[in-house]
Ligand binder design. Structure first.
Ligand code: DCC
Length: 184
């Protein structure tokens, strides 16, 4: 089976600089929402992704794989790994562009099994913007920032108005103000 990916990004894009308010390199980023399955600290069975701002406009996320994340005995479930990338890529878009966005498309290449007990080091970056479409990608390395690549993912995020979260979800409209026009 060919593993040659299609052209990425699939359309002509611009390469925006990170927003002036994007966090500086080394900044630890807490959960954007305590009940988020990907990063929340009040979700018992969640992924508890821990993210920080890396160098060269990257967002680095660490996912510690536990027994709660198994698919096959001793191995991480692929869907949960894809979820970790969704979260890491969403954080990359939100933190670097400071605009609310949702996942439109997520593609994941699973290159190596990810054992329980390992830590996946995910490095996300922006690949370009075309109107409301934001293209981002990430590599996930096993047990070290320079470990072997276990997964690769590419995603399209679509910039939305904050009302996306109040009309379709239960976000509080009072949370909207000019300094916090990002995902709730
Ligand atoms: C600090 C903060 C941290 C924040 C940290 C946040 C971390 C959160 C991480 C988790 C993120 C999630 O999981 S978000 C949850 C999962 N995702 C969702 O629930 C999204 C559900 N889908 C939708 O709501 C909608 O389909 C939208 C918003 C994606 C798009 O609808 P729309 O607003 O009507 O716009 P629409 O015209 O359809 O699409 C806009 C453009 O994108 C293109 N487009 C849309 N979807 C696709 C697609 N699958 N594949 C190709 N292209 C697509 C369209 O062709 C169009 O291109 P063109 O005509 O302009 O060329």
């Amino acid at each position: 089976m060919s593993r040659v990916p299609p052209k990425w990004p699939p359309v002509e894009v611009e390469h925006p600089a990170p927003h002036p308010d994007a966090p500086e390199q080394g900044t630890k980023l807490g959960p954007h929402y305590a009940h988020c399955f990907g990063c929340g600290d009040e979700t018992e069975g969640g992924l508890h992704l821990q993210t920080e701002c890396g160098h060269d406009a990257t967002i680095i996320a660490q996912f510690h794989v536990t027994d709660a994340h198994q698919g096959a005995p001793g191995l991480a479930h692929g869907g949960l790994l894809a979820c970790a990338f969704d979260e890491a890529l969403g954080s990359t878009v939100g933190q670097l562009l400071r605009k609310p966005a949702v996942t439109g498309k997520l593609e994941t290449d699973f290159l190596r099994p990810v054992p329980v007990g390992s830590t996946l080091h995910i490095a996300g970056k922006l690949d370009g913007v075309a109107g409301r479409k934001v293209y981002a990608s990430a590599d996930g390395r096993l047990d070290a920032p320079d470990g072997p690549i276990a997964l690769r993912a590419r995603a399209l995020f679509v910039i939305v108005d904050f009302s996306h979260f109040t009309e379709h979800g239960t976000a509080d409209p009072r949370d909207v103000h000019p300094d916090r026009d990002i995902n709730p």
